[in-house]
Design a protein around this ligand. Sequence first.
Ligand SMILES: Cc1ncc(COP(=O)(O)O)c(C=O)c1O
Length: 401
Amino acid sequence: MDYFYGPGRNHLFVPGPVNIPEPVIRAMNRNNEDYRSPAVPAMTKTLLEDVKKIFKTTSGIPFLIPTTGTGAWESALTNTLSPGDRTVSFLIGQFSLLWIDQQQRLGFNVDVVESDWGQGANLDILASKLAEDTAHTIKAVCIVHNETATGVTNNLAKVRKILDDYSHPALVLVDGVSSICALDFRMDEWGVDVALTGSQKALSLPTGMGIVCASPKAIEASKTAKSVRVFFDWKDYLKFYNLGTFWPYTPSIQLLYGLRAALDLLFAEGLENVFERHARLGKATRLAVEAWGLKNCTQKEEWFSDTVTAVLVPPYIDSAEIVRRGWKRYNLSLGLGLNKVAGKVFRIGHLGNLNELQLLGCLAGVEMILKDVGYPVKLGSGVAAACAYLQNNTPLIASRV
Ligand SMILES: Cc1ncc(COP(=O)(O)O)c(C=O)c1O
């Protein structure tokens, strides 16, 4: 029984954890297994091969780690860097802030490039830092692909181009927690050295698996990196990969079967279709926000996120009250504004296994809440704008054509 039971479904529109699709729930509803039997390594081998597809890499080596996005960050950093190493890291919202804090606590020398919350990473400053750094003191550029707190997507192709322009050898470490499996991600093409995500985001699994993928250059760096690491040491994983048993410690059997089902769903839809669906839902959400007369926290179109929209509210409204109302009255879960934008924004997550009509339910809920809290919204205005766009742009379902 739920705590605080409410009839019908909870409309889960926080930007992660997201809804888990029924086939994935069913795939995970199973007993434990001996992970040393021949079955689990055989399954793991195919999972590792298939996971490379979500990163768009052929040369990367993936690690399925029992952890969350935060642990995946730590895995990326401690395996590739040594204490005192200089990193360049962009502060644009709560999650990039937390990653910078982790880098500082791990003893790296973090060169923080700060922008207004609502803006993307300042890549002009990256260019000038790389230009000055002829001695190659910068060991890594750390960037959050999609800042979940503000709904800002950074341009990773541009990051690669800037590094190439200066022939700079810094590693590129990317947090893809709220982008991978929802936004196009090209690890090999963009020369990303470590990419990472968490299972509870666009993969639409329960929380508990951090998926980290390392380029050959990152694996090479891990051989000399001096950061202390035990649980996250890639060396232990690689040892068991070579033995063909795959696991240095006990994996969650249920999550492995869930991952199998989640990947099967993504591949059945087609990754490119998945990206288009996210683009469509993102655009529909932004049209609704505009129709309500509200502003997107994201300051420029080039940074608009197709996985989360942070909506600015007028100063006389506390955005936390919007989130509270949604949950208490309409069984709708929206994302809170975090840290600097607490009280000022609420967030609509539109990532993972989600479709047009589910999103419209959320948008209808937001309209009623806005009216509840005294914002003069015309009921139906956002829904109508989103519907008009979706009716014109939603393709037939791939398997039903
Ligand atoms: C972009 C980003 N990075 C990292 C994290 C941290 O992930 P976790 O909460 O799974 O540790 C989050 C969580 O929402 C996130 O959105």
